[in-house]
Write a protein that binds this ligand. Structure first.
Ligand SMILES: [Zn+2]
Length: 398
């Protein structure tokens, strides 16, 4: 891989503040990642199955840029368009074509998080390298496009990675010169080989532009949502994939990859033997969940209250999830109308430990994220009081 010099530009990476707590919607995203969808895309992209492109039934024979890989680019563009995303086929040179789609955020539309991978290849099939990462980007788009997030999301697939990170370098340099605010970039390249079945996923990081915080964040996602992968941080990580194009332009970025340093690395990569039948689908599934869950969490899902069913209640209701819980719980309050309320946390003797809310509760569905680390194990109560009624629910801290 082409050796790239490191420029320490930290202009666009200042706003990287993370509050890591369990979020029911992120959990829903993780549970919605579907192995059949991932395999469907992996097979299509690696030429195992027929596909329909521009209305014609055909097969993506290969994705090699020097042999002409426009068919693959067109397939990816149509797949993202079918999801309902505004998609760009970015022909940055005569031969080079990146494909990307943008999902606008509702609170910070001009601030972005990105998930990406390269779709080009060096031989026929090349399922692990990198139909796997490409399929996971499309799966992210399939799921997250049905939701609303505070931040904008870019789903990107790069061309000409294999001949020197050309597509991503073009994009990242232009983004930097435009002053685009991309808070972080998750690059997936080869995420489906795990012969020793230890589920180790390497996160290749850098001291550049808060990339270490991004790697730490992904590790925390694995813990909070009790995923089955074993993420390990590699610092300094390799620069041999598209994430380093973002490092070079001052952006926070991490490579997610099978054990490239650890030794359990696909020995058939860059050959036509790299086909789906030699890959580990369970590992592919779990690694995709880790990446897609991390992206969803960073972009901050917005609770769509119109789809939340109001529980049958006379005046109000409390829901606590998870419960029992250890690190944090989310408490939903459902009220018939906006009104003055007081919410308190009580111990098992009924004594007030802290006041969680005091004042007008303006929304009929109100959420409080309650950190539990400071509490010892045992039974607690959440009490909601208004002028007219009070409700109490049990909370078990484990
Ligand atoms: Zn690759």
């Amino acid at each position: 891989m082409k050796k790239l010099s490191f420029l320490l530009i930290c202009l666009f990476s200042g706003l990287f503040s993370f509050a890591q707590t369990h979020d029911t919607q992120v959990e829903n995203v993780i549970n919605t990642v579907n192995l059949d969808s991932l395999i469907y895309q992996l097979r299509n992209l690696s030429g195992e199955d027929e596909v329909v492109i521009s209305g014609e039934t055909t097969t993506i024979e290969h994705r090699v840029s020097n042999w002409g890989n426009n068919l693959a680019a067109q397939y990816i563009m149509e797949s993202l368009q079918a999801i309902g995303l505004e998609t760009t086929l970015d022909t940055y040179t005569l031969d080079g074509q990146n494909v990307y789609a943008v999902q606008p955020g509702t609170v910070y539309p001009d601030e972005y998080y990105m998930i990406c991978g390269h779709y080009d290849a060096v031989d026929y099939y090349c399922a692990d390298d990198n139909a796997s990462g490409t399929a996971a980007v499309i799966e992210a788009a399939r799921i997250l496009s049905t939701m609303e997030f505070e931040y904008s999301i870019i789903y990107a697939l790069w061309d000409e990675e294999e001949i020197g990170l050309i597509g991503s370098a073009d994009y990242a340099a232009r983004a930097a010169s435009n002053g685009d605010v991309i808070h972080s970039v998750i690059n997936m390249d080869m995420i489906s080989w795990d012969q020793d079945e230890d589920m180790v996923v390497e996160l290749h990081s850098s001291t550049n532009a808060n990339s270490t915080q991004l790697a730490d964040y992904i590790v925390e996602i694995n813990e909070i949502y009790e995923l089955n992968t074993v993420p390990t941080i590699e610092l300094p990580g390799t620069s041999a994939s598209d994430h380093s194009s973002f490092w070079n332009n001052g952006y926070s970025s991490v490579l997610v990859i099978e054990e490239y340093y650890g030794g359990d690395f696909n020995p058939h990569y860059h050959t036509e033997l790299d086909r789906i039948d030699i890959l580990n689908m369970d590992y592919f599934f779990e690694t995709s969940k880790l990446c897609i869950g991390s992206l969803a969490s960073m972009c901050v899902p917005i609770l769509n209250t119109s789809t939340v069913e109001m529980p049958e209640t006379e005046d109000g209701k409390i829901e606590i999830y998870p419960n029992p819980a250890s690190s944090s719980s989310r408490i939903n309050f459902y009220l018939e109308k906006s009104q003055y309320t007081e919410v308190t946390l009580l111990n098992n003797m009924g004594q007030t430990i802290s006041t969680l809310h005091q004042g007008e509760m303006k929304d009929i569905i109100h959420q409080i994220e309650l950190p539990l680390e400071a509490l010892s194990q045992g039974l607690y109560f959440i009490k909601l009081e208004t002028a007219n009624f009070s409700k109490t629910e049990k909370l078990m801290v484990k």
